[in-house]
Design a protein around this ligand. Structure first.
Ligand code: FAD
Length: 335
């Protein structure tokens, strides 16, 4: 392998039923910085069934070029089909860097592709820069239970691949006047090579889909709620704000709410416009998952709680008094 043959920064754009997931757009924004630093192109790779709208969206969000692979067999994510496409594309175009969202699907795809290509992958990154000396990507991720941050270089092989947590980077404001070249590649994966079959979607928790990573507003509850029934006030506040419900690990471990709601180092990393933490102390592992939120509101009865140190708006008080007042006031504004 001649490393010099590899250039350009690729972003794998994850889609769900042909709709672009936010993490791909976030990675385009950070990918732009990496590409510009090495004077390379930023290229989006989209795999799915009907991708015209997806291609326009990624161009609007900053891609210099889009590689599109469409096929019935790619309508829903599947490991074998998507790996086959990515490996063939890499062999043909030789990118230097591939950024993939650290979603369930991204965490499945990334290692498979890196293994097939015999190159390195840094999983679950929270920081991306260009190393000044080597011009490699410096991939930063928490290590040793989040107690230190490790920065990893993949210097000997190409492409350099990493999965990056959703919510760490912000997406750019779209510019739908932008234009870029769309390259359509025909890559087929025979049905017998796809060993998994999607037989249907089952929504978790009745009709509620927990989509913390895409949420614009999150209301989270912690141990301060005291018992599972008290999540009702968090749900009510979330409802009036059209927000998604999050939770600390303490609340999840106590069995008060499903792990799908957990925010933090071992839960989801989120980056909403507003994050409201109720009865959450702000342990480092919780902060690791939500500190890049645009506005943080914390309600805590302990004035020394660490969450108040990162909050833009801190309310020192009993959440059982504060939250009902908030709900009433928001209802008034809405009517
Ligand atoms: P506590 O720390 O017990 O805080 C409760 C807060 O509620 C207190 O600040 C208290 O003042 C306040 N309070 C109590 N009653 C009221 C009231 N009536 N009104 C207002 N405020 C009130 N944690 C996560 O959240 N996410 C993770 O992903 C995660 N991953 C971890 C990974 C590892 C390897 C380890 C070791 C830990 C991890 N943790 C994680 C756990 C983390 O260290 C904390 O234990 C946890 O976040 C604490 O949850 P909490 O803030 O709800 O509870």
């Amino acid at each position: 392998m001649n490393i010099k043959d590899y250039k350009n920064v690729w972003v794998f754009i994850e889609t769900a039923r042909d709709e672009v997931k936010r993490v791909g757009l976030e990675l385009l924004n950070q990918g732009r910085i990496l590409a510009d630093a090495n004077d390379e192109k930023l290229i989006a790779v989209v795999i799915g069934r009907h991708l015209d709208a997806a291609a326009q969206s990624v161009i609007a969000h900053g891609a210099d070029e889009v590689i599109v692979v469409e096929g019935e067999e790619y309508a829903d994510y599947n490991t074998d089909g998507y790996t086959n496409v990515m490996v063939k594309l890499v062999e043909k175009y030789k990118p230097s860097v591939i950024l993939i969202g650290a979603t369930n699907n991204g965490r499945d795809l990334g290692p498979r592709v890196s293994c097939r290509l015999a190159t390195g992958l840094t999983a679950d990154c929270t920081g991306l820069e260009i190393n000044e000396e080597t011009r490699d990507v410096a991939w930063t991720r928490p290590a040793f239970g989040g107690n230190l941050m490790a920065t990893i270089l993949c210097s000997a092989t190409r492409p350099q691949i990493g999965t990056v947590r959703p919510g760490v980077f912000k997406k750019a404001q779209p510019d739908f006047a932008r234009t870029a070249n769309i390259i359509r590649e025909e890559i087929k994966t025979p049905a017998e090579e796809i060993r998994t079959k999607l037989v249907g979607f089952i929504k978790a928790e009745g009709d509620v889909v927990v989509n913390l990573e895409e949420a614009e507003i999150i209301v989270s509850g912690g141990r301060g709620l005291g018992k599972p029934e008290n999540f009702a006030c968090i749900r009510e506040l979330a409802e009036v704000l059209e927000a998604t419900v999050g939770a600390s690990r303490a609340a999840v471990d106590a069995g008060w709410i499903s792990p799908l709601h957990q925010v933090g180092q071992t839960g989801k990393t989120v980056g909403p416009k507003i994050y409201i933490a109720c009865g959450i102390s702000g342990a480092i592992q919780h902060l690791a998952g939500m500190s890049s939120s645009d506005i943080i509101v914390a309600i805590n009865k302990d004035p020394d709680a660490p969450i108040l140190g990162v909050a833009d708006y801190g309310i020192v008080g009993d959440l059982f008094e504060v939250v009902p007042v908030l709900i009433e006031e928001i209802k008034k504004i809405k009517t």
